[in-house]
Design a protein around this ligand. Structure first.
Ligand SMILES: Cc1cc2nc3c(=O)[nH]c(=O)nc-3n(C[C@H](O)[C@H](O)[C@H](O)COP(=O)(O)OP(=O)(O)OC[C@H]3O[C@@H](n4cnc5c(N)ncnc54)[C@H](O)[C@@H]3O)c2cc1C
Length: 455
């Protein structure tokens, strides 16, 4: 496929494709046509069975990419700009979710959207002239294709905030020291034939990749993009395609159950202040609440994002996932901190729903967000622990067999770090000497998910 502002080249072994932003006179600034090219190119790469790595670079020596083409943007109506932004967002997602590694080879400016394109790649290899930054904030423009999310993850919040709030540019040495750049490429490199930007892309601007479907964990749904990519209304229609086939099936399955529990069901529960037993039982039976438990312990072994999709779907159709979400994730404590015997004993039963572990006692009257300040103690007495303290706001405890209890086992003044000396106990909520009292305050009431305090 031929692109207007991209050049692509496939290495002779067929496995490495170089994608070059090609507007060197404009420092490879991204205009609408380039955004459309990127979207189409990375869409094709995601379905290309031969490619194993992508080198992402810019033509010329001055810039990898200087960001959005402000000249073009200044001529745009707000409506046209918004449509352009959808294209940029979709193109960026394709780079971010490219199923094979993307290596940004950066010389010169990688600024604003150009910096973000580099950040969307998996690795950055930069020459001495490379400069990174998001200076568009000084013009009142928000970094709109992932910079505000990716910079803090890569650099940490303080430095990311400094760059975003001030628009300061970062030279390559600082970027390397800060962990933004994986490797430096020393020397000016202009005569380096091995450099991806000098592989004679100009000889053949066509992408030679196959367009067959790719299988694998990050596979996109196989539905074709309808129409031409430069028709903006069509591009907006591809947004849901970021779900894989498996995720669509998951969402449809949850949807089918939710349809049997319409608004009246939830309103009636609200009025009676009852727990959605029938809904929870059906979700449990279908395996959705054990979805995060690894397969070896009887669950579906799905990733967190699939768990989130299940919860999102419940809310999207008017249900309340707060009644069930904790059964999905509290088991993570057992998985992470339990010994093998405990995992074998509890996880399969939690996965099947035979045991409900959906309550945790963390909050206390004198400690909320800062759990290191909690005052409940657990002191060993032979083969038992004696627990003393107060807990409050324990959601779903009346509908749970087990409760996770957080208590201090080493006094705070005897530990080095405040996070040390805390232990979690898996207790049978029905066999504790506590009696739980539902809280009356409506501010603490989440529909169908009652919050209680020990009476
Ligand atoms: C519906 C519901 C269900 C709940 N279920 C459970 C449960 O099952 N188990 C359980 O243990 N707890 C539960 N909680 C309690 C919840 O976890 C606590 O409310 C939470 O930990 C906050 O504690 P707090 O309300 O005492 O507020 P505080 O921690 O006292 O905070 C008060 C205010 O100060 C702010 N604040 C706190 N620290 C900082 C900081 N460092 N910097 C800036 N601002 C800060 C907070 O944002 C908040 O606005 C539930 C709460 C609700 C509302």
């Amino acid at each position: 496929m031929t692109y207007r502002h991209l050049l692509t080249e496939r290495a002779s072994d067929g496995h490495v494709v170089t994608v070059m932003l090609n507007r060197p006179e404009q420092m490879n600034a991204m205009n609408t046509a380039m955004g459309e090219d990127l979207l189409a190119c990375f869409e094709a790469l995601s379905r290309d069975r031969e490619v194993r790595a992508v080198v992402f670079t810019g033509a010329g020596d001055r810039a990898f990419c200087a960001g959005g083409d402000l000249k073009e943007r200044n001529e745009m109506t707000d409506e046209a700009w918004r449509a352009q932004h959808v294209i940029f967002e979709q193109a960026s997602l394709r780079v971010l979710r490219c199923p094979v590694p993307v290596i940004a080879a950066v010389e010169g400016y990688a600024l604003a959207g150009g910096c973000e394109l580099a950040l969307l790649s998996d690795f950055i290899i930069a020459g001495e002239s490379a400069v990174f930054g998001v200076p568009e904030t000084t013009l009142g423009i928000f970094p709109g294709i992932g910079g505000t999310q990716l910079l803090p993850r890569i650099l940490g919040a303080p430095l990311a905030k400094e760059l975003i709030f001030t628009g300061r540019r970062m030279k390559v040495d600082e970027a390397k020291a800060a962990g933004l750049v994986n490797r430096l490429r020393l020397g000016d490199g202009s005569g380096d034939r091995d450099h991806p930007r000098h592989r004679g892309l100009q000889r053949d601007g066509r992408h030679a990749g196959s367009s067959r479907g790719r299988t694998g964990v990050q596979r996109e749904a196989q539905a074709a993009i309808p129409g031409q990519v430069n028709q903006r209304t069509e591009i907006m229609a591809v947004i849901p395609l970021t779900l894989t086939d498996e995720q669509r099936a998951l969402r449809d399955g949850v949807n089918d159950i939710c349809k049997r529990y319409p608004g009246e069901y939830w309103r009636e529960l609200d009025a009676k202040r009852e727990y959605p037993e029938a809904f929870v039982a059906e979700l449990t039976k279908a395996g959705y609440l054990g979805c995060l438990v690894p397969e070896e312990y009887g669950g579906a072994g799905l990733p967190i994002r699939d768990g989130a999709l299940i919860l999102e779907t419940i809310h999207a159709v008017g249900g309340n996932a707060a009644a069930v979400h904790a059964q999905m994730y509290i088991m993570g404590t057992v998985l992470r901190h339990g010994n093998e015997e405990q995992k074998r004993a509890y996880l399969p039963k939690i996965a099947s729903g035979e045991l409900r572990l959906q309550a945790f006692g963390v909050t206390e009257p004198n400690s909320g967000s800062d759990t290191t300040q909690l005052q409940t103690t657990a002191v060993r007495n032979g083969d038992r622990y004696v627990v003393n303290g107060q807990k409050m706001f324990i959601s779903r405890v009346l509908q749970s067999d087990l409760m996770l209890l957080l208590a201090r086992t080493t006094p705070a003044d005897k530990v080095k770090r405040r996070t040390d000396g805390l232990s979690v106990f898996l207790t049978r909520s029905s066999s504790t000497p506590w009696r739980f009292r539902p809280r009356a305050s409506s501010a603490r009431r989440a529909r169908g998910s009652r919050t209680s305090s020990p009476a």
